[in-house]
Design a protein around this ligand. Structure first.
Ligand code: MG
Length: 391
């Protein structure tokens, strides 16, 4: 087996969010393995200042320029303060800074795309926790990954599971991907009740603790649809060979079928730290004191067919994925905007898929197979505006 890895320098984008704080938990537990070079966050300056004290990064950014005085104040008495930057360019500078080997991309939404590209161009490996990097950005990001010879290591539980199963499978050995889905907050609710669910209902995820946007995406199953597109770009299978199966216990994090029909699965408790750790330690395995999996305690693993009538977002995602080009970016932006409206209680739960479908339909004639980054960002802006105009 390989020797234990030397201390690895890492940077975290979105350090105060769910992905960021769980990554920092890992760093705290393994100070001999990981060192924090850079942190970037948004408005939660209080937590960012605590993180600066605890992890002593060399460089820090907040994406909000108006937060600069508050941040400077919060760390005024530090003897060795980090370099502080602001705005989107500040976050990108943190992403490309210094001797950091791996950048964890925990920024939610299309805002994560530009700093991720900055990190790739600076030769950093990416611990990929930002879905938009591939869903919207794949036509531009994948060639850059190739050009700069960096690794795109999935930190999402499903893609990490597939990636782990693929270790030792030869090129062209993969035949089918089975993505597992918990079913989200409404998995046991009859379809006719979905029309009247509230934001509070939707935010109660049965298995995972995650940010608000992704919890809503789990409730609509758009999260799984987006993961199908991501799996297509990460592992190169066509959409006919990527399936979704509902697995309420969230113990099997996904499976692969290889050419001889053998099926490989990765299992674990529903704990985001595990895929995050593997994205940072790959190809090594680091010992942890986390609770080992206990099959007898779980006792039942069950599976069912996803209900496409109850959850139209899955079909919308497959269709956008098959259309390719800019359509996944449009789907993603329309979804992000619709979810924001739902969280603000401006639209109903079932308006989310309705708005996304309207916007994707309207975009069909404008799609292009080989978009530039500028095209992607324009499509993103256009789709958001369309949702705001259509609701
Ligand atoms: Mg996931």
């Amino acid at each position: 087996m390989s020797a234990s890895i030397k201390q690895k320098a890492i940077t975290i984008l979105g350090s105060t969010g769910s992905i960021g704080t769980q990554t920092l938990d890992i760093v705290k537990d393994h100070p001999d393995k990981f060192r924090v070079v850079g942190l970037a966050a948004g408005r939660n300056i209080k937590l960012l200042a605590e993180q600066i004290r605890a992890f002593k990064p060399e460089i820090v950014a907040t994406s909000y320029e108006d937060k600069l005085p508050e941040l400077q104040n919060a760390i005024a008495n530090l003897t060795n303060p980090p370099k502080i930057l602001v705005g989107g360019e500040g976050v990108a500078e943190v992403a490309r800074y210094g001797d950091s080997e791996s950048v964890v991309t925990g920024i939610v939404g299309c805002a994560g795309l530009l700093p991720t590209i900055a990190a790739i161009e600076a030769g950093k490996d990416i611990a990929l926790a930002n879905k938009e990097t591939l869903i919207a950005g794949a036509p531009v990001v994948l060639p850059l990954v190739e050009k700069h010879g960096v690794k795109l290591l999935p930190a999402d539980s499903e893609h990490s599971a597939i990636f782990q199963c693929l270790q030792g499978v030869p090129e062209a050995g993969l035949r089918r991907i089975m993505l597992t889905a918990s079913g989200g907050s409404f998995r046991d609710l009859p379809v006719e009740k979905l029309a009247t669910v509230t934001v509070q209902d939707a935010l109660k995820h049965p298995n995972w603790t995650m940010g608000q946007k992704i919890t809503i995406d789990s409730a609509t199953l758009m999260n799984k649809g987006l993961e199908v597109i991501e799996a297509h770009y990460l592992f190169g299978l066509d959409y006919d060979h990527i399936d979704i199966v509902i697995h309420p216990q969230s113990i099997i994090h996904s499976l692969i079928e290889v050419q001889d029909t053998s099926v490989l699965a990765q299992l674990g408790w529903a704990d985001m730290r595990l895929p995050l750790l593997y994205a940072l330690s790959y190809p090594d395995r680091i010992y942890t004191d986390w609770e080992p999996l206990d099959l007898v305690k779980i006792s039942n693993l069950t599976f069912r067919e996803p209900d496409h009538n109850k959850y139209p977002c899955m079909k919308l995602a497959y269709a956008a994925g098959r259309a390719g080009g800019l359509m996944p970016a449009v789907l993603n932006a329309a979804n992000e905007q619709a979810v924001a409206l739902f969280l603000a209680e401006k639209i109903e739960f079932l308006d989310i898929p309705r708005l996304i479908e309207t916007v994707c339909d309207r975009f069909t004639t404008q799609n292009t197979p080989y978009p530039s980054l500028e095209n992607i960002l324009e499509a993103d802006t256009w789709a958001r505006r369309m949702v705001l105009e259509s609701h």
